[in-house]
Design a binder for this molecule. Structure first.
Ligand code: AMP
Ligand code: MG
Length: 407
């Protein structure tokens, strides 16, 4: 019996817990998820200040200023940014003021420099500024005590700005999971080794490590382990302390596919094995204590799809992201899809935006061994179980794989 993929996803998420909060330096917080609500510790801006380089004035002094009859005000002083002027502006006078400098007492508007002319200590004004013109008032952006960033918010550059504004040198975020990737297979060579008859380079541990990094976690890539029961047992035993153990290969029905049995001997509870999907059917999922164990079929496209559909959401949940899945987007299918299967298919595809619509074209080679299909994929077409042929022009559901500016 093949497990329904949606049930498989639920079984995984039900066993996935969000990591405990930790505090990290602000510079390292980008992309992490806030574990606490952030409130404004002070108003922003913290004092009334000028939005322009110009002159702080009393509007009543300029009530009758016009191009024909300019009003002349005496400049008292220059207020550069970063200073505090305590002297009230006397009537008939103005302060020259910099952008971001505190508005002096008595001033009720700022005229921009470009609209004035200066002779010695005298400044000529040809118009009366609007009330409160070019003054940024204390608290107008954010009031003290206001809730500014909610728990669960991803830290974007704009939010880094907010945190810095309130003096957060350290930020409360959810910890990232420790992920370990192990490639199994006696046919595998380290990438530094030259090809030998019957052998291939291990690509999965590198691919999986990159996919983990893409989620924002770190992956410890363990070298290759042969299809040998003792070696597998030692390697698994050593890494079952991780939060997530990704094992590639050896989970199918071959005589040397030892992975499942060894995991079970080591106390890993099998939650499921074999899911109704293509590629990736022999996918295994188990758990021992806090360690989630994903047995990914060794074919690169299978590992890729399983990671994307099943592992990625679990990692995101661990990291505290409220939304764990990428959306499914409607796109216009460009080439007839003839692959029919009782299983749910995930076709590697070129997915892109064309004006105000999305379009998608499945890669020509859909074998689970095809690395060309994953290298070229910007989306996965999700073909429902028992689907008929899908003609060109039909609307299909696509899981985007990369940010839109990388399509
Ligand atoms: P398995 O899941 O072990 O039956 O492997 C299925 C297919 O994936 C075989 O053709 C393997 O050679 C290939 N394969 C397994 N592991 C890797 C890997 N780490 N990198 C690239 N291909 C692999
Ligand atoms: Mg194998």
């Amino acid at each position: 019996m093949l497990l329904d993929p949606d049930i498989a996803k639920e079984l995984i998420l039900a066993r996935t817990t969000t990591k405990a909060p930790q505090s990290v330096a602000l510079e390292e917080s980008f992309g992490r998820v806030l574990s606490e609500d952030i409130r404004a510790s002070a108003p922003v801006p913290p004092f009334d200040n000028s939005a322009m380089d110009g002159y702080a004035v009393r509007r009543e002094d300029l009530a009758h200023a016009s191009a024909e009859n300019p009003v002349i005000l005496k400049k008292v002083d220059y207020i550069p940014a970063g200073t505090h002027e305590a002297q009230t502006l006397p009537s008939g006078h103005c302060y020259q003021i910099a952008t971001g400098a505190e508005i002096p007492p008595g001033a009720d508007a700022v005229e921009m420099k470009e609209n004035t002319s200066v002779e010695g200590n005298e400044v000529h004004f040809t118009q009366c500024p609007r009330p409160e013109q070019f003054i940024r008032f204390r608290g107008e952006d954010i009031q003290a005590g206001a809730s500014v960033l909610p728990q669960g918010a991803t830290i974007t550059p704009g939010r880094v700005s907010v945190l810095a504004t309130f003096g957060y040198s350290r930020v409360p975020v959810y910890a990232t999971p420790n992920v370990v990737a192990i490639s199994t297979g006696s046919e595998l060579l380290e990438i530094e080794q030259s090809l030998q008859p019957g052998k291939i380079h291990d690509s999965n541990s590198y691919m999986l490590s990159a996919m983990v990094q893409d989620v924002g976690a770190n992956c410890h890539r363990v070298g290759i382990v042969q299809d040998d029961e003792t070696e597998l047992q030692e390697a698994f035993q050593q890494h079952l302390q991780a939060d997530v153990l990704l094992i590639s290969g050896g989970v199918s029905v071959g005589d040397r596919d030892f992975v499942k049995d060894i995991l079970k001997e080591l106390g890993v509870e099998e939650i499921f094995w074999k899911v109704n999907i293509k590629p990736g059917k022999p996918f295994f999922f188990g758990k021992r204590e806090d360690c989630l164990v994903f047995g990914l079929p060794g074919n690169p496209a299978s590992s890729y799809v399983i990671f994307e559909e099943f592992v990625r959401p679990a990692l995101r949940k661990m990291m505290g992201f409220p939304v764990v899945r990428r959306p499914l987007i409607n796109a216009i299918n460009e080439t007839k899809i003839t692959e029919r299967a009782s299983r749910r298919q995930f076709l590697r595809a070129h997915f892109y935006r064309d004006g105000d619509q999305y379009r998608v074209r499945a890669m020509p080679l859909q074998g689970s061994h095809s690395i060309r299909s994953i290298a070229g994929a910007s989306g996965l077409i999700v073909v429902p179980e028992n689907s008929e042929e899908i003609p060109a022009g039909a609307t299909v559901k696509v899981r985007p794989l990369v940010a839109e500016d990388d399509f």
